[in-house]
Design a protein around this ligand. Structure first.
Ligand SMILES: [Cu+2]
Length: 245
């Protein structure tokens, strides 16, 4: 179960994982050091009969060093973390690689609508393929997404992509991802969006170029493809469905 979410299925998932490892490796020694010193002092200076507590102002140089030296060391660690974080942030959020295709992602209470480009590889044209709760992507392609909300705030979360992006009503938020691992993975809304929030799962299906081309050709222009239930195999269904909005 956990391994399912640990899979790195986007080109930048490993960069995010490495950043979290960097934070863990830098913070963990400090945590154990501070806890160790705390418990050592708790036992060393515990109340003893006949011994009065001293009042220490901490103003002398050798006492102030207990604050200033760790303070400087923590600041140096912060600088390392900030550099690591900025590098990943710029790669993922600032730089937008030239996309091979664009998908529109529309959140609403309580479902996801995905608009895929049809054979012309453009969205907002007659051959778009609309799906509900099922996003189809071609492995190895770079996608730009345009994220919208029809009602309240939602959050488009794809754990295997290490992607979580808020959707705000009235705004179109652009970003990108590049799937690198074929499979059928979870999408979940990660923003409390009403009573049905927990019932808002979807699937991202990453398929080979041939399988993706077959999926595109199996869906007529402008049709709303039937969604595959979240727990089932990714095989697309072709049941008749209402026209796309
Ligand atoms: Cu939600």
């Amino acid at each position: 179960m956990v391994e399912h979410y640990l899979t790195a299925a986007s080109s930048y998932a490993t960069d995010i994982d490495n950043l979290i490892w960097l934070v863990t490796i830098i913070v963990m020694p400090w945590f154990f050091l501070v806890q160790g010193i705390l418990f050592y002092f708790l036992f060393k200076f515990k109340k003893k009969d006949g011994q009065k507590a001293q009042y220490i102002t901490g103003e002398e140089a050798h006492q102030m060093r207990w604050v200033s030296v760790p303070h400087i060391l923590v600041l140096l660690c912060d600088i390392v973390l900030i550099f690591g974080a900025i590098r990943v942030w710029v790669d993922i959020k600032q730089d937008m690689p030239t996309p091979d295709a664009t998908v529109r992602i529309i959140a609403q209470q309580w479902a996801w609508t995905f608009v895929h480009p049809g054979p012309d590889n453009k969205i907002d044209t007659d051959d778009d393929i609309w799906t509900v709760d099922e996003l189809h992507l071609e492995n190895g392609q770079t996608y730009q997404y345009k994220l919208e909300s029809r009602d309240v705030m939602h959050s488009f979360s794809v754990p295997v992509f290490r992607l979580k992006q808020d959707a705000l009503p009235g705004r179109v938020i652009s970003g990108w991802f590049k799937p690198i691992k074929e499979g059928n993975w979870s999408i979940q809304c990660a923003e409390m969006c009403g009573i049905g929030h927990g019932l808002m799962p979807a699937r991202v299906i990453i398929e080979s170029a041939a399988a993706h081309a077959a999926w595109i050709s199996a869906h007529g222009p402008g049709k709303l493809a039937a969604a595959t239930p979240a727990a089932s195999a990714p095989a697309p269904q072709t049941a008749p469905a209402p026209q796309a909005p």
